[in-house]
Write a protein that binds this ligand. Structure first.
Ligand SMILES: Cc1cc2nc3c(=O)[nH]c(=O)nc-3n(C[C@H](O)[C@H](O)[C@H](O)COP(=O)(O)OP(=O)(O)OC[C@H]3O[C@@H](n4cnc5c(N)ncnc54)[C@H](O)[C@@H]3O)c2cc1C
Length: 388
C-alpha cells in the first residue's frame, strides 16, 4: 500500500544543496522531509572533492573529519608543459564527500527533518494550483513547498515547467576515478589544459593523501564524442601517473552555464546543480550548493505562517542568491565563453609564459582574467564592467 504523508516542505535530493535546505528549514521549526533516491546520501561520490577552506567554512559547520587533505599549492600545466605555480592564495582542501554528505543529511535529521532513502521521486505535480504532490514508488508526499535539489539531470524540475535541457556547450562531460601512485604530489592540486588533454575543459589531479588522488577530466559537450572522456582519461593517467593503480571509472556531467531563471515558481524552488549554480570555469559547485540550500530552506520556512504560505516571499531566495553569487557566476560564464570561443593552445601557452614571470602570490582570478582579455580590447571593456 502506498502511504500518503503531509509535510510543510518536501526537499528532493540529499546532496549538499538538499540536505542544507532540509536542515535550515527544519532548524527554523518546519515539518520537513528529505527524499533521496539512493540508499545512502553522498554515495556513490561523483566529485573531484576540491573546495576552498573559506567557502566551506562560510556556508557549513565543517568538521575535521570531512577533510581528507589540506592543500598548500596549486599548479596549472599548459599545453606545452609550462607549469604555473599558484601558492599563497585561498587555502584549499580535498574533502571526503561521502562523509560530508552523510553528516549533512544527519544534521537535517537531528534538526527534525525526516529522511527517506531509497525514495526516488518519480513525479511532482501541483494539486489544483495549491499544494505539491511528490510521488515515490512506496510513498506519496504532500507539501506546501517543494525544494528541488536533484542534481544536474533534474528531471523533477521539468514536471513543474522548468526547461533543464543543457545545450552542448553548456555542459562538461566528465570521466573520473581514484588512482593510487607514488608519483602523486600529496600537497598540490594540479590542473592540465589543452586540446589534446581535455578539449574545452581541463584535467585534474586532486590528492586525497599520500599516494592517492582523485583524477578526472571534463570535455565541453560540443567537443565530445561517445567514449571520449574515458579514453582521454586513461591516456592522461598513463602519461602523468604511469603504473598507477586505477579504480572504477565513472562518468558525470557538470553544468557550465548561468543559473536558471526564475529560481522560484509559486511554491517550488530550485537549488544547487539542478539550478545550474556552478562556477562555469572551474566546475566547482559544492559551496554554491551549500549556500543556495541553506538560504532556500530558511526563506521557505519563513514564508509559512499561521495564515498560510506567503508564496511571493519565496522570491527572496533568488534575490539573496543573486546578491551573494550572481556576479561571480556571471564573470565565470563570461570567461568560459571567451576561453571556449577565442582561445587555442598557442594562446594558453602564451598566458602560461606570462604568468610564470609573475610572483605566484600575485596570481589571482582577476590577474588571469585580465591577462586573458588584454589582447581583446572589446572584451576587456566587458571584463571591466563585470568586475566594476
Ligand atoms: C566529475 C565531477 C567532479 C566535480 N568536482 C568538483 C569539485 O572538485 N569541487 C566542487 O566544488 N564541485 C565539484 N563538482 C560539482 C559538485 O559535485 C556539484 O556542484 C554538487 O555536488 C552539487 O550538489 P547538489 O546537492 O546540487 O547535487 P548532487 O550532489 O548531485 O545531489 C543530488 C542528489 O539528488 C538525488 N536525486 C537525484 N534525482 C532524484 C530523485 N528523482 N529523487 C530523489 N533523489 C534524487 C541524487 O541521488 C543526489 O543524492 C564535480 C562534479 C562532477 C560531476
Amino acid at each position: 500500500m502506498i502511504m500518503e504523508e503531509k509535510f510543510d516542505i518536501a526537499v528532493i535530493g540529499a546532496g549538499p544543496a538538499g540536505s542544507m535546505a532540509a536542515w535550515s528549514a527544519a532548524a527554523a521549526g518546519r515539518n520537513v522531509c528529505l527524499l533521496e533516491r539512493n540508499n545512502k546520501p553522498g554515495f556513490p561520490v561523483r566529485c573531484g572533492e576540491g573546495i576552498g577552506i573559506r567557502s566551506l567554512t562560510e556556508h557549513s559547520d565543517a568538521r575535521p573529519e570531512w577533510i581528507k587533505r589540506e592543500i598548500t599549492c596549486s599548479a596549472m600545466i599548459s599545453p606545452n608543459g609550462t607549469k604555473v605555480n599558484i601558492t599563497d592564495i585561498d587555502k584549499s582542501t580535498v574533502l571526503d564527500r561521502e562523509r560530508m554528505d552523510g553528516d549533512l543529511a544527519q544534521d537535517a535529521v537531528k534538526a527534525g527533518a525526516q529522511l527517506f532513502v531509497t525514495s526516488p521521486v518519480i513525479e511532482v505535480t501541483r494539486i489544483d494550483g495549491g499544494e505539491y504532490q511528490c510521488r515515490c514508488p512506496q510513498r506519496t508526499i504532500i507539501s506546501k513547498i517543494v525544494i528541488i535539489a536533484d542534481g544536474v539531470e533534474s528531471r523533477v524540475a521539468r514536471d513543474l515547467g522548468w526547461s533543464t535541457r543543457l545545450a552542448s556547450d553548456d555542459i562538461e562531460s566528465c570521466a573520473f576515478t581514484r588512482v593510487t601512485s607514488p608519483l602523486i604530489d600529496a600537497d598540490c592540486c594540479i590542473f592540465y589544459v589543452g586540446s589534446s588533454v581535455a578539449p574545452g575543459g581541463y584535467a585534474w589531479i586532486f590528492p586525497r593523501g599520500i599516494g592517492e588522488a582523485n583524477v578526472g577530466l571534463g570535455i565541453l559537450g560540443t567537443r565530445c564524442t561517445a567514449g571520449k572522456p574515458k579514453e582521454l582519461l586513461l591516456q592522461f593517467i598513463n602519461r602523468e601517473l604511469p603504473g598507477g593503480c586505477i579504480g572504477t571509472l565513472h562518468c558525470g556531467g557538470v553544468p557550465v552555464t548561468r543559473y536558471i531563471r526564475p529560481l522560484v515558481r509559486h511554491g517550488a524552488m530550485l537549488v544547487g546543480d539542478a539550478a545550474r549554480q556552478v562556477n562555469c570555469i572551474s566546475g566547482a559547485g559544492i559551496h554554491y550548493s551549500l549556500f543556495a540550500g541553506k538560504t532556500a530552506g530558511k526563506v521557505a520556512a519563513d514564508a509559512i505562517g499561521a495564515e498560510g504560505v506567503n508564496y511571493s516571499s519565496l522570491t527572496n531566495y533568488e534575490k539573496l542568491w543573486k546578491k551573494r553569487y550572481g556576479k561571480q557566476q556571471e564573470r565565470s560564464f563570461a570567461l568560459k565563453d571567451f576561453v571556449t570561443h577565442h582561445t587555442d593552445d598557442a594562446f594558453l601557452n602564451r598566458i602560461a609564459a606570462t604568468l610564470t614571470k609573475k610572483k605566484s602570490r600575485k596570481i589571482k582570478y582577476l590577474t588571469v582574467f585580465l591577462s586573458t582579455f588584454s589582447r581583446h580590447p572589446m572584451l576587456l571593456f566587458k571584463a571591466f564592467k563585470l568586475f566594476g
